[in-house]
Write a protein that binds this ligand. Structure first.
Ligand SMILES: *[C@@H]1O[C@H](CO)[C@@H](O)[C@H](O)[C@H]1NC(C)=O
Ligand SMILES: *[C@@H]1O[C@H](CO)[C@@H](O)[C@H](O)[C@H]1NC(C)=O
Ligand SMILES: *[C@@H]1O[C@H](CO)[C@@H](O)[C@H](O)[C@H]1NC(C)=O
Ligand SMILES: *[C@@H]1O[C@H](CO)[C@@H](O)[C@H](O)[C@H]1NC(C)=O
Ligand SMILES: *[C@@H]1O[C@H](CO)[C@@H](O)[C@H](O)[C@H]1NC(C)=O
Ligand SMILES: *[C@@H]1O[C@H](CO)[C@@H](O)[C@H](O)[C@H]1NC(C)=O
Ligand SMILES: *[C@@H]1O[C@H](CO)[C@@H](O)[C@H](O)[C@H]1NC(C)=O
Ligand SMILES: *[C@@H]1O[C@H](CO)[C@@H](O)[C@H](O)[C@H]1NC(C)=O
Length: 906
């Protein structure tokens, strides 16, 4: 029996559940969870508070899941079920619809169903008592998937069941699977002994193998005379997990008079599709007898050349032979025939068949990633739970999108939604934004820099509790026509540019916001404290927290006097979370240093002052002189200090080593994959903190493995903020000098001198590749001819499916291939040539955490039942050419040759 053990249930009205067995079955509109006669565990979707439920009664339909349904208003929005999946795993998703006249309307509804941004199908009800079924096979590319219903033409959208089944082999691998889904049109069990489909538990993946005797319009008609059913009780050798269940293979039809003919309608076609036939000889043939036949498909004379001889092809009776086509153009009305060859004594035989159509995936709206990150922070409120793509196929209720094939968001309306906290920074990244309505909330903090949204025309921020100054960058918005900021707690001066603009501008009700310009003291202090204009304030935090006297000598020469990674100053109060930097207010620093009283040194980046924090710890505060900011940006009251070093006393020693320098050690005492993932996680957290924890964003600019420091517990810290910059220009900073380290340097930044947080993401991608491969970023030996660079080298391998080629051999078999793929793919995303194609660091962090979860689970499983040997043999077998091999049960992510429209004979 399938046990419904759920991973997690995070959200109020979305479902992020996946049963441990890879099954998830929603009884839509149902009130209780229950297990049916087959052993499938159905769960109520009652937590989806949207829509309404209805009870129906349909003659001869007693299954509990078909006595209820959930229906939704026929409005202009979509209603989604969001489900957790495992990235890079293949799934079958099935939605079923039994109308049952739930609305007492007797007008058959017609509505749309989509998977993510892709229109999946239009559900057309043509009989109140017949269940409509849609099935789709997909390779998960994200950790969650949304199935959404929306109004099309008639009636209310509704749904009876939603089922998710995880595959674990690769018969549904196709070389198009990253761009196409497989929409199932037919899955037929020939010679079936009843009308009921064969499914779970006979089929461990719960596919529906429909009976060929089912009475349905245009389904398997034009049957040739002489067609008879045959069956056997002998076991059938089906050597692969996802092949048809034995029960399906034990029945067949035989064309006793020489041919089998059928005609059926293929939903979704005409189009390109995937078709597989399943044969097993289940009759005992006399020694002199043969069964040889050909497929005859109108318009495909070349397909008839191949002759099927089941016993020969399968090497014996009661064994499976499954020729098929991975890409074949098929019509809506398919007529096919199996005809015996003239020298064959028996007529053709067929056991089962599957036909699916390629459904092109929609890439989704360009702002999809940004919006996903935005709504993930509002996990408990309705508006953030609409699910799926923000614009496609139907937009969320509070956004407006343009009509591009890959749309951008042009309007956000979150007026009066009880928003608290800062204005989400994601909003400033919506480059197509024209209107922004955030009025009437309880937003606090500063107004972010909207320079990146060059089309902004209307901004409504009135009636919040926003503080800080009115950013002068607002003056730079060329299209701005309406700016409402009244009734906030803004202070400082109104940038004169805004007053002279042709603008509807209301800033009343901000007690401390004035028209007249005044010089701010703080700036003067800093300027006085440094040479010219100081803009960045740095200090290096060196903590004694990792100090261990008599620390074991195993680190040997690695024990060196590197400054320890910065530690969050409030860490002693909180948990040991690994934030690498902390935002201090200017006055905190001023107090600590007694207004920069005691100078204790000066260096390349500026002058260092002595300070003492409120909790007594001593710090060194480095004040940076930075010419590139001179006269450019006023210094805000909320000064950000990147590095505050705890001064260490002489009794403290510390071990800090970069992970790179640890690599030689790893030869014997390898850092295992989980540890490496944890290092990546710690580092990503630090970077995420820099990118999102401070306003404005901080860009590290010099991420590299030698700047990731490890303590003796192998916890990592990001260090050396020597080159860090505040991204005061909202991601459009152009600096005259490109800085960074060769091998990690973002090529786009190098060329354009245009610095964004995505430059750090690039460098982090390089670090991930180093963690996977154990190679350094630049090497003249390791990567073969014409390639000195880890990025090119890894890209070549990963994109051709050869991940084994880059995995550090010292990891042995001690990792889960799925987590490895996750990280490898994310790393490649990070090193995309263009910043806008790279994911935000938070997304990378999430992926790393997912990989860690996978790894922990796999680890537990490995401890539970040691199948190291089979894993090992699987991988080694992958290295020896794929052509002649049995691919059914091997790894999914390999590319192998399969000629188009050629039978995939084994
Ligand atoms: C059904 O099961 C889910 C998942 O375990 C649980 O969250 C939910 O509360 C259950 N509902 C009922 C009505 O028992
Ligand atoms: C329900 O089942 C009974 C007995 O099998 C049959 O006579 C009747 O026609 C069925 N009704 C419908 C609506 O299918
Ligand atoms: C539902 O869709 C149909 C067809 O597009 C449209 O005519 C109708 O107005 C929509 N219903 C609502 C309430 O938007
Ligand atoms: C999945 O794969 C494993 C190992 O290959 C196998 O033991 C198992 O039966 C397969 N099927 C299911 C439904 O998990
Ligand atoms: C079988 O084929 C022969 C010749 O093609 C035909 O005469 C005969 O009627 C067929 N038998 C049946 C049962 O259709
Ligand atoms: C299938 O083949 C056609 C032409 O032979 C090609 O255009 C198409 O891209 C292929 N793949 C899919 C998924 O349709
Ligand atoms: C905002 O909060 C108030 C009071 O808690 C509540 O009455 C109102 O419905 C909320 N509005 C929204 C849009 O959630
Ligand atoms: C500005 O906003 C205040 C408060 O909402 C309002 O009373 C006033 O009429 C507005 N002024 C203009 C010029 O719109």
């Amino acid at each position: 029996m399938r046990s419904p053990a759920f991973f997690c249930a995070r959200y109020a009205n979305s479902f992020f559940l996946l049963s441990a067995s890879g099954f998830l079955s929603f009884d839509c509109g149902g009130k209780d969870n229950f297990t049916d006669k087959l052993g499938l565990a159905w769960i109520s979707d009652e937590r989806l508070i949207l829509g309404d439920t209805a009870t129906i009664s349909v003659a001869n339909e007693t299954r509990k899941q078909y006595t209820t349904l959930r229906h939704f208003p026929a409005d202009d929005r979509k209603y989604c079920y969001t489900m957790n999946v495992i990235s890079r795993a293949r799934y079958l998703v099935r939605a079923t619809f039994l109308y049952g006249n739930f609305d007492n309307n007797n007008v058959y509804p017609k509505f749309d169903i989509s998977l993510g941004a892709t229109h999946w199908s239009t559900i057309v009800i043509s009989d109140a008592n017949t269940i409509e079924v849609r099935e789709l096979i997909f390779l998960a590319s994200d950790p969650s998937v949304a199935v959404c219903l929306s109004n099309a033409t008639t009636g209310q959208p509704f749904i009876s069941t939603l089922e998710l089944r995880q595959f674990n082999g690769s018969i549904y691998y196709t070389e198009y699977e990253d761009q196409f889904y497989l929409s199932v049109s037919a899955r037929i069990n020939f010679g079936a002994d009843s009308d009921a489909p064969i499914r779970y538990p006979d089929d461990p993946f719960d596919r529906l193998w429909q009976s060929d005797s089912l009475k349905k319009a245009n389904y398997l008609v034009d049957v040739a005379p002489g067609t008879v059913k045959v069956s056997t009780h002998m076991p059938i050798y089906v050597n692969k997990d996802e092949m048809p269940p034995q029960k399906v293979m034990q029945t067949a039809v035989v064309g006793t008079n020489g041919s089998l003919t059928y005609r059926l309608n293929l939903d979704g076609f005409p189009g390109n599709g995937w078709a597989m036939t399943y044969f097993a000889e289940i009759e005992e043939l006399d020694p002199g007898e043969t069964r040889k036949f050909r497929l005859l498909l109108p318009g495909y004379p070349e397909l008839s050349k191949a002759i099927v001889d089941i016993r020969e092809n399968a090497q014996g009776n009661y064994r499976l032979y499954e020729p098929g086509f991975t890409n074949l153009t098929l019509p809506f009305v398919l007529s096919f025939k199996f005809g015996k060859t003239s020298d064959s004594t028996r007529g053709p035989l067929v056991n089962a068949m599957e036909i699916s159509k390629y459904l092109e995936k929609n890439g989704g709206s360009l702002d999809g990633g940004i919006m996903a990150s935005l709504v993930s922070r509002y996990s408990s409120v309705d508006w953030a739970q609409e699910g799926g793509d923000p614009c496609l196929p139907v937009r969320w209720s509070w956004v407006v999108c343009n009509s591009d094939p890959q749309p951008r968001i042009i309007s956000i309306n979150l007026s009066k939604r009880n928003l608290t906290g800062n204005i989400p920074l994601e909003l400033a990244k919506l480059t197509g934004l024209v209107e922004l309505w955030l009025d009437g909330n309880s937003l606090t903090g500063p107004i972010p820099d909207f320079t990146g949204c060059a089309n902004l025309k209307i901004i409504h921020l009135e009636n919040n509790q926003l503080s800080g100054e009115l950013p002068s960058s607002l003056t730079d918005l060329p299209s701005l026509r309406e700016l409402y900021v009244q009734n906030n707690m803004l202070s400082g001066t109104v940038p004169s540019g805004l007053l002279s603009k042709n603008l509807v501008f209301n800033y009343t009700g901000n007690a401390n916001l004035h028209k007249e310009s005044k010089r701010r003291n703080h700036i003067i202090i800093i300027i006085g404290a440094t040479v010219g204009a100081a803009v960045l304030l740095f200090a290096t935090l060196v903590s004694c927290l990792f100090m261990h006297k008599g620390e074991d000598k195993s680190h040997g020469q690695e024990e060196m006097g590197l400054p320890l990674p910065p530690k969050k100053l409030v860490s002693s109060l909180n948990d040991a979370a690994s934030e690498a930097a902390h935002c201090f207010t200017f006055s905190e620093i001023e107090d600590a240093t007694k207004k920069f009283e005691k100078k204790i040194g000066s260096g390349g980046f500026g002058v260092v002052y002595y300070g003492r924090l409120k909790d007594g710890r001593e710090v060194a505060v480095k004040v940076l002189t930075n010419d590139s900011y001179q006269g450019k940006r006023e210094f805000s009251n909320e000064v950000i200090v990147l590095k505050v070093s705890l001064l260490y006393n002489s009794t403290c020693k510390y071990t800090a080593i970069s992970f790179l320098s640890l690599c030689p050690v790893t030869r014997e005492r390898s850092i295992n994959w989980v540890k490496r993932l944890e290092i990546a996680e710690d580092a990503a957290k630090g970077i995420e903190y820099l990118h999102t924890g401070c306003v404005p964003t901080i860009i590290h600019r010099d991420l590299k493995s030698s700047n990731i420091l490890l303590d003796k517990h192998m916890r990592a810290k990001v260090s050396d903020f020597g080159l860090s910059k505040l991204a005061v220009d909202g991601g459009s900073h152009v600096s005259s000098i490109v800085r960074g380290t060769v091998g990690y340097l973002d090529p786009e930044y190098y060329i354009s001198q245009h610095l964004t947080d995505k430059s750090d993401v690039y460098s982090f991608g390089v670090i991930l590749l180093e963690l996977i491969s154990g190679q350094e970023a630049i090497s003249s030996e390791s990567f073969g001819v014409n390639c000195r660079n880890i990025v090119q080298w890894a890209k070549l391998h990963i994109e051709s499916g050869d991940i084994q080629g880059i995995i550090d051999p010292s990891l042995g078999n001690d990792y889960d291939i799925q987590s490895m793929w996750k990280i490898a793919e994310k790393a490649l995303m990070c090193v995309q040539p263009h910043g806008n194609m790279r994911p935000p660091i938070s997304e990378v962090l999430k992926e790393i955490q997912d990989a860690i979860a996978i790894e922990r689970e796999a680890e537990a499983a490995r401890e539970g039942n040691s199948d190291e040997i089979s894993r090992h043999s699987m991988f080694s077998s992958l290295n020896i050419g794929m052509g002649s091999m049995d691919l059914g049960a091997t790894e999914q992510h390999l590319s192998f040759d399969e000629s188009i429209a050629q039978p995939t004979a084994r």
